[in-house]
Design a protein around this ligand. Structure first.
Ligand code: G1P
Length: 294
């Protein structure tokens, strides 16, 4: 069983300005909860016992969110709000949270290097802090990826999702070695290719499992023309060295909700609000009325 996860949350969120001027994009709410809470809950539900958040300047609200707040607790207990109290009692989660800062914006690969000591000699999960997998984060993809990692003696397992051709340039795209089943070996990868250069339409979907070998590759990768160390380049090195890199396709009911840009953030918010246990049904009616007016 894989017990550790690294969650990079250091990105500047420039695609979501002005919402992200002074707050991290990972703290934007999707219906009732901030995005990063869904990510933490998904990891815990998949057996993760320790999570390292790689943060940056302006990200302290993430740490505050998961911290114990005695005043709030007293207030909620005094007013008998048990349900709410349980929802914010992150100390009760079966995982320990750790935080470290990425000093400079040097890309996802560099953020991961901040987790090198934390991961130690064990395999670990990487979960991007701006992606929720499945409605209300109800996905067991990470557990399935862990089983695959162990049974195939892999060096890396990636979650992938099919995207429309006009979106391949926003993602890391994989080239399957031999056919595209639900699980397949990866021959190669390209970060954000032009549609005509894309080897498939299967995009890396924000969840990864690595053996610590990936750190050797990350140390070897040259920064790109923007000075960023790309994680995809390190995975490509693993492929080039003949290491076993596998992809697992997300199921239709566990699509990836990408919060990194406004169109998909809007869509995600509405979909989660429609599924709300108390207000979803009424919200559906108001939404219908709004749409009829147009
Ligand atoms: C990153 C990765 C990319 C991946 C994407 C979504 O891109 O570099 O390979 O497909 O996340 O998981 P970013 O969204 O940081 O530009």
């Amino acid at each position: 069983m894989i017990k550790s996860a690294v969650v990079p949350v250091a990105g500047l969120g420039t695609r979501l300005l002005p919402a992200t001027k002074s707050q991290p994009k990972e703290m934007l709410p999707v219906a009732r909860k901030p995005i990063v809470q869904y990510v933490a809950e998904e990891l815990v539900a998949n057996g993760i016992e320790q999570i390292l958040f790689v943060t940056g300047r302006n990200k302290s609200s993430i740490e505050n969110h998961f911290d114990y707040d005695p005043e709030l607790f007293q207030n909620l207990s005094r007013t008998n709000k048990r349900d709410l109290l349980e929802e914010v009692d992150f100390q009760a989660l079966e995982a320990k949270f750790f935080y470290t800062r990425q000093a400079m914006q040097r890309g996802l690969g560099d953020a991961m290097l901040c987790g090198e000591n934390f991961a130690g000699e064990e395999p670990f999960v990487v979960a991007l802090g701006d992606s929720i997998i499945g409605l209300n984060a109800q996905s067991k993809a990470v557990s399935r990826m862990g089983e695959l990692f162990e049974s195939r003696h892999a060096s890396c397992v990636l979650a992938v999702e099919e995207v429309p051709l006009n979106q391949v340039s926003q993602y890391g795209i994989v080239q399957p070695a031999d056919g595209e089943g639900d699980v397949f070996r990866v021959a190669n990868l390209v970060e954000k290719p032009k549609p005509e250069k894309a080897p498939s339409r299967l995009a890396i979907a924000g969840r990864y499992i690595f053996s610590p070998l990936v750190f050797d590759m990350l140390h070897r990768v040259e920064p790109d023309n923007r000075g960023e160390v790309q994680l995809t380049d390190a995975i490509q090195l693993l492929c080039e060295e003949g290491r076993r890199v596998f992809a697992l396709k997300l199921q239709p009911n566990e699509r990836r909700y990408d919060i990194g840009n406004f169109p998909s953030y809007f869509e995600t918010f509405v979909e989660f609000a429609l599924a709300d246990r108390d207000y979803g049904a009424d919200f559906r009616e108001s939404l219908k009325r709004m749409l009829e007016k147009k």
